[in-house]
Ligand binder design. Sequence first.
Ligand SMILES: C[S@@+](CC[C@H](N)C(=O)[O-])C[C@H]1O[C@@H](n2cnc3c(N)ncnc32)[C@H](O)[C@@H]1O
Length: 314
Amino acid sequence: MDKDERLKIILGDALEELKKIESNSVDLIVTDPPYNLNKDYGESKDNLFHDEYLEFSRNWLSEAHRVLKDTGTMYVFMGMRYISYIYMILEKELNMEFNSWITWHYTQGLGKIKGFSSRHDDILMFTKSTEYTFNLDNIRIPQKYYRKINNMRGANPGNVWTFSHMHYCNKNRKKHPTQKPEAIYERMILASSNEGDLVLDCFAGSGTALRVSQQLNRRCIGIENNPEYVQMITERLQEPFYGFDSMDERMKRIPSDLNDKKIRDEYIKNHINWFLKSHESEIESFQQEVMRQYGDKIKAEKNLMDKMQLKMKI
Ligand SMILES: C[S@@+](CC[C@H](N)C(=O)[O-])C[C@H]1O[C@@H](n2cnc3c(N)ncnc32)[C@H](O)[C@@H]1O
């Protein structure tokens, strides 16, 4: 199938369009609905009464649950005000299996004068049954230290994910008020789907889920009710790709205590393939980190090798 036939952008209302999708047909849902915080998305009201918002959430969540395969996973972004209600709907009304409560720590934001400034949004991960895809190896992060007992293939990234907001200075920043970093979607999609699987985002916004799915060879349906954002997505999907617009900073680290040359060489050879796929522009900073930590050792080892070769020639 042609790469772009794998991607479908639908202009329309999430609930209406979800109703047209076949039951049990989607492998993964990753979606970021309006949080009812009075954001200006042009087409839709983001200031519903409390009960209206719950009704809206209940309706789209139950359709999303219907279209999800029995082996499927759903990730839902949500702000603090409504997350407990969304949790209740997923667990108690839709009988889904709770898996993880992920905190997206965004490091900066508005300052509160009375109370603590908000520094996180959260993502609820639920599965439809106890049988589901989870590709841990595809989302591991480099270990902090080399230890024989550590799995040097990498560690589980945990459930607190630090990525800054999409600042205006980011080259990939679009004219959308709540565009999310691609690296968050990269992790969810790699973990919970396989190449060729069908991903759905019913509140597509600037098209982050579609863009990440495109680059990770997944099929994806995105639904968005604002025609200007649909146009933005169409253009975004045609842009050349130089790597995702964000990355977990831990991906660039090289474990300390890699003192054995053979183990270190083997590790460095694998690091790029394991952790920096789709982040080509970050390879240079990884190599700088290698030199910062191990440069002196690498030079000394090279000098020793050169001396030994010279001796052998004599
Ligand atoms: C929080 S934003 C999604 C941002 C997206 N994750 C990104 O990275 O750009 C929610 C989006 O849902 C859209 N939306 C709101 N209500 C909708 C509805 N009933 N049907 C379809 N789209 C809707 C808004 O226009 C907005 O673009």
